[in-house]
Design a protein around this ligand. Structure first.
Ligand code: ADP
Ligand code: MG
Length: 240
């Protein structure tokens, strides 16, 4: 479980997260929606321990992310994260990209890492791309490669930050299908997305972010079809 309690985060004098409380339960898919600049990416970075916080606490499986004695490398193995920009190593094949982190971090043998990578590439539908370099993959394939890379660390949670925003429209579907597949397998996920239809259909709950606060959180269909807050209604009117 991921527990976010009264988190405040500022960059200098710019207050970006202003008192967020949120719990993500095991097996749950929580979608985060909200305008650009509302603090969604920053919150994910805080959960992953990439950004310090000024107040509050975030716990992942009971481990306090920002406590001084927390082993962040170990904690991050629980959290797979995939971003909007593709970030594969260009000089490594798809298989080598996926095998690298398990090999280095988990200290498994090269053969084991390759077998693991092969399994996860197949899982995201890239079984025939093992020896291909990232530049030869489409954007959708590169995002699936990024997902395979995260999955190869066998995380307990997956965090997705606008993973389809940079894709040509015809490539969005294959990446969303991969997320739906992970949900069907019971993966716990936090998905930052502008795709309200996806959020309503695939999210268990939706949290609507506004100005560094959660304006509204509830069951996905409720937040989209019957929002309680006027701000949510206005936001949905703009994006739907
Ligand atoms: P979102 O993901 O919802 O679009 P972000 O979390 O990226 O929002 O950004 C929230 C605010 O924090 C924005 O005003 C952004 O400019 C600012 N911000 C994000 N990262 C940094 C940073 N590293 N340094 C300074 N300001 C930042
Ligand atoms: Mg963002």
């Amino acid at each position: 479980m991921i527990e976010i309690h009264n988190v405040h985060k500022a960059f200098g004098s710019l207050k970006v997260i202003r008192g967020v409380d949120l719990e993500i339960k095991k097996g749950e898919v929580l979608c985060l929606i909200g305008a650009s600049g509302s603090g969604k990416s920053t919150l994910l970075q805080c959960v992953n321990g990439l950004e310090p916080i000024q107040q509050g606490e975030i716990q992942v499986d009971g481990i306090s992310v920002h406590a001084k004695d927390t082993n962040l490398n170990k904690l991050r193995q629980k959290l797979g994260i995939v971003f909007q920009q593709y970030n594969a190593f260009p000089h490594l094949t798809a298989l080598e990209n996926v095998a690298l982190a398990p090999r280095v971090v988990k200290r498994i043998s090269k053969a084991e890492a390759r077998a693991l990578a092969s399994k996860h590439l197949k899982h995201v539908g890239l079984g025939d791309k093992e020896d291909v370099f990232p530049s030869r993959l489409s954007g959708g394939q590169q995002q699936r490669l990024a997902i395979a890379r995260a999955l190869a660390m066998e995380p307990s949670y997956m965090l997705f930050d606008e993973v389809t925003s940079a894709l040509d429209p015809e490539l969005v579907g294959e990446v969303l299908d991969t997320l739906r597949m992970l949900k069907s397998e019971g993966m716990t996920m936090v998905v930052v997305t502008h795709d309200i239809v996806f959020a309503r259909e695939t999210g268990d709950r939706i949290a609507f972010f506004k100005d560094g606060r959660i304006c509204e959180v509830g069951e996905a269909w409720q937040v989209v079809n019957a929002p309680r807050e006027e701000h949510t209604r206005q936001f949905l009117k703009r994006v739907l």
